[in-house]
Design a protein around this ligand. Structure first.
Ligand SMILES: [Zn+2]
Length: 143
């Protein structure tokens, strides 16, 4: 199965009002003592990064994103800045893959199945800014 990685555009994520999860995260991490050599883990990507970066973030939501736990909060649902994206699937020769079964995998792990239209376009899928979604050809039950 061929696999394509699509990165949604838009990185200017802002949240005006933070949910309980974010405010708790902020209250915990903003008060952490400096730990220059400590590493933090992004639970969504499995990547480690300097813990200091989390401490210095300005909002609980930004911290939750950095730690990969933003799916646990309500801010994403609340935000008006959700992206409504459509992807065009193409073969290696740039020909549109029309009437093709595909599966979108969101960072939350949620899978959505669909079929492209005559021009190889997927349905519109709501994503948040700066979120990576994966698109697989065919229908997958898990990814
Ligand atoms: Zn939140």
């Amino acid at each position: 199965m061929e696999e394509q990685m699509q990165q949604s555009n838009g990185t200017d994520w802002t949240v005006e009002e933070e949910c309980g999860v974010c405010s708790i995260i902020f209250s915990i991490y903003s008060k952490f003592p400096p730990m220059p050599s400590a590493q933090a883990l992004n639970m969504e990507t499995g990547e480690f990064f300097p813990f200091e970066r989390v401490r210095k973030l300005k909002s609980g939501y930004a911290m939750a994103e950095a730690l990969g736990v933003a799916w646990a909060c309500n801010c994403r649902e609340r935000s008006k800045k959700r992206f409504d994206e459509q992807f065009t699937l193409r073969d290696p020769n740039e020909r549109a893959l029309s009437d093709t079964l595909y599966t979108v995998r969101f960072p939350s792990g949620e899978l959505k199945h669909g079929v492209t239209d005559h021009a190889g376009r997927t349905q519109r899928h709501k994503t948040d800014g700066a979120q990576a979604v994966r698109i697989y050809l065919g229908h997958r039950q898990s990814a």
